[in-house]
Design a protein around this ligand. Structure first.
Ligand code: AMP
Ligand code: GLY
Length: 424
């Protein structure tokens, strides 16, 4: 099969590397890809948010047998619907199901209606009403822009002044554009967080191994929110009892709820969960593979990823045995100086001899005048496997030290948190 992968980050490089191992896959194309993806796939320079242009390109390339839509924007815009309407096979939810990520108001109302545990909340589309509510609500409080905001539309407010300023920023100053026309004001929850990704064909849901993200730019979860500065897998506190609770109270009910709403979800459902004193609760849903979660999850997958994708499309996921390696995997993200705020691009990257079992996922990289250079905020994900998280993190850091570019920085504490949280 010839497969087109949509996207250009570390997640897509991880997907392309996993597909490369599949005996079913002959050639991979990537739209738009990056320097690392370009080593194993043919790059296609089409704007993937222009869903009609993508449809036209696939129409004009009959050699493409299957398209994997990885990023949130084209899913929310309906790229899977567009491809299917032209008779092409594609992986990912349709537009009416991708809304589970694209609208936080939709997902909160879904959870309330179907009794899926989540933080208490109110939804506002008028500034005055939101302001009046925030003047008296419990503090801390969490403000969330309804729409997609590059993972940045969430404000955790620890004082009332911050909360009032936040409502103004989102709803009047339009800090997140139209994503903030409507906002969710949510109860602040506390506890360790885990990313649970799962394959689903709308009937069966198969969890992947768990992972933990690090959203803040600096060690000890300080600094600004980013797209993710590193991940490790599995979550040390996630034992059998928790897995059962999550399947019965969150995963299965979500699949059933989407069916009941006439929005069957096929693809990867990502459950961002928190272990609170009152049990596991949903912090967010995503309609896709997480990034950088995918960079630690897919290297642990033993089963052929293409086989899973096709089984999801054909709604026969129950027939596939999805298996994972024992041990752990850690990903350390190397970022451009200044990220997540302004940063320079085009810095030359040097990469020494990396250990064989170290997997490098390119995110913001490009080739310029024949040389590898930076082209984004998150540049590379250095991923390593080990018998446990400690061994994997030591390997990942040892290899990270062999890479350099001007301004490069990375967190030094990936893989440390939650060590002491009881496993159950
Ligand atoms: P999101 O963009 O929805 O993933 O939110 C970003 C981060 O904000 C999450 O990973 C949590 O760490 C935090 N967060 C979101 N909602 C809440 C909440 N209700 N209580 C506490 N922290 C939250
Ligand atoms: N790592 C968080 C996300 O992919 O949304």
């Amino acid at each position: 099969m010839n497969v087109l992968v949509i996207g250009n980050g570390g997640r897509e490089h991880a997907v392309v590397q996993a597909l490369k191992k599949s005996p079913k896959v002959e050639k991979i194309y990537a739209m738009k890809g990056n320097a690392g993806i370009g080593e194993i796939a043919e790059l296609v320079n089409v704007d993937y948010c222009d869903i009609k242009a993508v449809g036209d390109w696939v129409d004009n390339h009959p050699e493409i047998d299957y398209t994997v839509v990885a990023p949130d924007d084209p899913l929310a815009l309906g790229l899977v619907d567009e491809l299917e309407s032209r008779g092409h096979r594609a992986f990912g939810p349709r537009k009416n199901a991708a809304i589970i990520e694209a609208s936080k108001a939709f997902s909160k109302n879904l959870m309330k209606k179907y009794n899926i545990p989540t933080a208490a909340y109110e939804i506002f589309d008028s500034f005055e009403a939101a302001e009046a509510y925030v003047k008296t609500c419990d503090i801390p409080v969490v403000l969330k822009a309804d729409g997609l905001a590059l993972g940045k539309g969430v404000l955790i407010c620890t004082t009332r002044e911050e909360a009032l300023a936040g409502v103004k920023e989102m709803m009047l100053d339009k800090k997140f554009g139209s994503a903030g026309n409507k906002i969710v004001v949510e109860e602040f929850l506390e506890g360790p967080e885990v990313s649970c990704l799962a394959f689903t064909d709308g009937k069966t849901i198969v969890p992947m191994i768990t992972s933990c993200d690090h959203k803040r730019a600096k060690d000890n979860d300080e600094g600004l929110n980013t797209g993710g500065m590193g991940t490790f897998s599995p979550a040390p506190f996630f034992g059998e009892k928790t897995a059962k609770e999550v399947m019965e109270k969150i995963m299965q009910p979500t699949v059933s709820a989407m069916n009941a709403e006439g929005r069957p979800f096929k693809g990867v459902l990502y459950f961002g969960l928190m272990k609170t004193k009152k049990g596991m609760k949903v912090i967010e849903y995503n309609a896709r593979f997480g990034d950088p979660e995918t960079q630690v999850v897919l290297p642990m997958l033993k089963t052929d990823l293409m086989e899973i994708f096709e089984a999801v499309t054909d709604e026969r996921l129950s027939e596939v045995k999805v298996e994972w390696e024992e041990g752990a995997c850690v990903c350390v993200v190397l970022a451009s100086g200044g990220y997540p705020e302004a940063y320079e691009k085009g810095k030359a990257i040097t990469i020494g001899d990396l250990d064989e079992d170290c997997v490098l996922c390119h995110a913001g990289t490009a080739i310029k005048d024949g040389k590898l250079v930076t082209s984004g905020g998150r540049v590379l994900g250095v991923c390593a496997k080990g018998k446990d998280i400690e061994e994997a993190r030591q390997k990942a850091y040892k290899n990270a030290e062999k890479i350099s570019f001007e301004g490069m920085y990375y967190r030094k504490d990936i893989g440390i948190k939650y060590r002491d949280v009881e496993r159950e």
